[in-house]
Ligand binder design. Structure first.
Ligand SMILES: Cc1cc2nc3c(=O)[nH]c(=O)nc-3n(C[C@H](O)[C@H](O)[C@H](O)COP(=O)(O)OP(=O)(O)OC[C@H]3O[C@@H](n4cnc5c(N)ncnc54)[C@H](O)[C@@H]3O)c2cc1C
Length: 485
């Protein structure tokens, strides 16, 4: 039985990719202190799926052969297959408590969604449809870890993308019989330091005349001219696992991707100079639905973790049984229940699109808008429950090694339910989750990973059954007249 393992993945990253951090090029991302633990966490996902007891839960055979790959590549043909696939994604999300948003199942979900709508690419052109289908099959067979860059860099938001300064937005600058040449940037590729390949596309609306920007393709991370400019690494600044249990291990990274005249062969080009096809690639296929459905599956795990954290914090400071605190915990529990219910709801009220079963589109967007607003509120509520306990903490694990300080810590880090060291351990984890630079990036992530609120609410607006809703009002109106006399 063949299945990708963590060691396979780590080995695949030794490919000469051009990752830059703090002004220098990183020779080997797998051993660099800014990235190695996050990469080890990604590798553990593959080891998890390769364990014999997890193979059935986590993997399937795409062609009926011995080689098994993660279920994220499975195109569900029934409600039962959708749920089976979700359970695999949820098991992966649990390995990082939902903090690795761009685990390999995210972009895989986007791509199988696009593959399920291959007829949309066929209308664009048979060669482009073949390129997309072949690429998804290739990525599936090899269980690739993909990232994507589908959003343009912020510069002047009052101007159209085509009006931005020259060499800002990634665009086609040349093409010949072998393929395209692209130059410019995309805003962020999360997990790009540890992905095998990057899918490049344009999700934001383009206007006629902006055809040079209207392309989609896939490139290996070591493509000549592809530069990965990492943001600050939270992993590198984590003091220890005890002090920063999340940022030291699950900092999946975000990086600006710059294409410095990168050549893309035609068999990797999925959309070519077609502004409407850039939209259709996501929205006329189930691509956008599946990528955001994956995000809700992961978020359900993260919300449960945060709610559990809130409960533990109240235990640590002895407030759990206060009526007002119970009320807040009850409200947090309701949020976790709501996120789970929305997930089950969108699955149960989904339906067939051709041969494939999809979650309910409007309910997915409803969940997205709701959770985008929910996440910062959850964080605020946990801060409120915790008070200064998240700050009244030793500077680092090294304080415990000083007997004089350790004695004071044991006297001052008191809790009705935890020993002093366990109390500090818990509260350090809580701060890492919601208050550290890593935690703060997570709030930004949950608020923006798939568009600002003005974008996500438009998806909710356009997919809602307004005629049914308006029909109820019309029915009421039709049932009575102005009384006369
Ligand atoms: C942590 C993180 C990770 C990310 N990872 C990825 C990734 O892996 N791949 C990827 O492709 N992208 C990624 N992104 C980018 C993400 O998709 C974008 O941030 C998101 O789509 C929002 O776009 P924007 O940042 O340009 O914000 P904008 O669209 O510029 O919105 C920012 C704010 O400007 C205002 N605004 C701007 N335009 C309007 C308007 N027309 N109407 C009303 N208000 C407006 C609103 O106040 C809005 O909240 C990531 C982002 C974050 C924060």
């Amino acid at each position: 039985m063949q299945c990708k393992t963590g060691a396979d993945h780590v080995r695949s990253l030794l490919d000469g990719r051009a990752v830059y951090l703090d002004g220098t090029r990183v020779e080997d991302v797998t051993t660099h202190p800014a990235f190695r633990n996050a990469i080890a966490s990604a590798a553990r996902l593959y080891d998890y799926q390769a364990r014999s007891e997890n193979l059935e839960l986590m993997t399937f055979s795409p062609d009926g052969g011995a080689r098994r790959v993660n279920r994220c590549w499975q195109m569900p043909r029934s409600y039962d297959e959708l749920v089976m696939r979700r359970k695999a994604l949820q098991a992966w999300a649990q390995q990082s408590y939902g903090f690795m948003g761009r685990s390999p199942d995210h972009v895989a979900s986007a791509l199988i969604g696009q593959r399920m709508g291959i007829e949309v690419f066929e209308r664009h052109g048979p060669a482009r449809a073949k390129a997309l289908a072949d690429y998804v099959d290739y990525a599936t067979r090899n269980d690739l870890f993909l990232t994507y860059v589908i959003v343009n860099p912020q510069a002047d938001r009052s101007k159209a993308w085509g009006e931005q300064a020259e060499e800002l937005v990634a665009q086609i600058v040349d093409e010949d019989t072998t393929g395209l040449t692209i130059r410019g940037a995309k805003m962020l590729g999360t997990s790009s330091i540890m992905a095998n390949e990057v899918v490049v596309a344009n999700l934001q609306p383009l206007r006629p005349g902006e055809e040079a920007l209207a392309f989609s393709c896939a490139l290996p991370m070591n493509a000549a001219g592809l530069r990965v400019l990492s943001r600050k690494s939270y992993e590198a600044h984590a003091v220890s696992v005890f002090d920063n249990p999340l940022s030291s291990r699950f900092d999946e990274n975000d990086a600006l991707i710059y294409f410095d005249d990168v050549k893309v062969p035609w068999d990797r080009v999925f959309v070519h100079r077609d502004t409407d096809m850039c939209r259709a690639q996501f929205h006329d296929t189930p691509g956008h639905v599946f990528q955001n459905y994956q995000a809700q599956i992961r978020l359900a795990v993260k919300v449960r973790f945060l709610v559990g954290l809130a409960h533990r914090i109240t235990e640590a400071i002895g407030t759990t049984n206060m009526p007002q605190v119970r009320e807040q915990l009850g409200s947090l529990a309701a949020s976790a229940g709501m996120v789970d219910a929305m997930l089950s709801g969108m699955e149960a009220s989904g339906g067939m699109r051709g041969a494939f079963y999809l979650p309910n589109r409007h309910q997915l967007y409803a969940a997205h808008v709701t959770t985008q607003e929910l996440y910062p509120r959850l964080v605020d509520l946990i801060r409120e429950l915790a008070g200064g306990s998240l700050i009244m903490l030793p500077s680092s694990v090294r304080d415990w090694a000083n007997p004089e300080l350790a004695a004071i810590l044991r006297r001052t880090q008191r809790s009705p339910n935890f020993g002093s060291e366990d109390k500090v351990k818990l509260l350090k984890a809580a701060w890492d989750a919601i208050g550290s630079e890593f935690g703060s990036r997570h709030t930004q992530y949950e608020m923006f990973y798939a568009g600002a609120r003005y974008v996500t609410t438009v998806h909710s607006y356009r997919t809602f059954d307004w005629s049914a809703a308006r029909g109820l009002v019309d029915d009421l109106m039709a049932g009575y007249q102005r009384e006369t006399g």
